[in-house]
Design a protein around this ligand. Structure first.
Ligand SMILES: [Fe+2]
Ligand SMILES: [Fe+2]
Length: 268
């Protein structure tokens, strides 16, 4: 485990054949550190997922450019419009003239108020719309918790990749490459600390409703869970157990209709 004392861009990490993580870490004084990840879908229509930290702009662009010719970048999927997700948006748009931003109506509105991005370079997704990119279909999945209502996660059934935006973030003692390198207690404490900061309403959420959402995600059985704020995870592993234990006691096995519809659509 690497202690983090300054914002740090880490080397890219492969996730199967098609996906790449672009990880960075931020120190959290007194608590440890938090990852801030972007991701890259390679292939015929390269797509960046979120745009990293503005504080690491040069390092982020250098890492991204090492893995894709920015002239070829076609899409930038924005999970939501928080600073840690759009930190390099305008710089990447300037460097990648053929890229368009994938967002929704609310995301576009919030960017308009911030003067970020440009409306003529946005591709707005309707609720539930499947986004087809490079021969694969990305199904919108609402993550179980989030800090901005425009948040869009997705499931790529071709590679079993679930992108969960801010969900499953964790404040950790230091940097690791994947969650298997963490002690169970460190992972649990990190998940609970992050979720209590990022989504304090989670503690007031109906436990059965949360349990049914977590159960639905479990049924999706992704091979890879990509979070903006967690090291790489092969499947959910202990993630759902820790969250259910912290917030979802009394969880039902009944699924909510919205969850069922999303999962069925994602699994085709
Ligand atoms: Fe956020
Ligand atoms: Fe975030």
């Amino acid at each position: 485990m690497t202690p983090i004392e300054n914002p740090t861009q880490q080397p890219a990490q492969e996730i199967g054949d098609a996906w790449l993580a672009l990880p960075s870490w931020l120190p959290v004084p007194g608590l440890g550190a938090i990852p801030v990840n972007a991701f890259l879908l390679k292939g015929p229509e390269p797509m960046l997922v979120d745009t990293g930290l503005g504080a690491l702009s040069d390092e982020f662009v250098a890492t991204l450019s090492a893995h894709v010719d920015l002239e070829d970048l076609r899409w930038i999927w924005l999970s939501h419009t928080d600073a840690d997700h759009i930190g390099n948006l305008d710089r990447v748009l300037a460097l990648a003239p053929n890229a368009r931003v994938v967002t929704n109506f609310l995301g576009a509105g919030k960017m308009g108020m911030m003067g970020a991005g440009s409306p003529e370079r946005m591709r707005l997704l309707e609720p539930g719309e499947v986004f087809e990119v490079g021969g694969r279909r990305l199904h919108q999945i609402r993550p179980p918790y989030y800090d901005a209502p425009e948040t869009m996660g997705f499931f790529d059934a071709k590679d079993g990749v679930f992108f969960a935006a801010d969900s499953f973030g964790a404040v950790l003692p230091g940097a690791v490459e994947e969650i298997g390198q963490l002690a169970d207690d460190a992972l649990r404490d990190g998940l609970v600390t992050w979720s209590s900061i990022d989504a304090p309403w989670l503690a007031q959420m109906d436990q059965q409703a949360l349990g049914s959402i977590l159960h639905g995600l479990e049924a999706m059985a992704p091979a890879h869970v990509l979070s903006g704020h967690l090291p790489l995870a092969d499947g959910f592993g202990p993630l759902l157990r820790h969250l259910a234990g912290a917030y979802g006691r009394g969880a039902t096995r009944d699924l909510r209709l919205e969850t069922v519809a999303q999962i069925e659509a994602a699994l085709g």
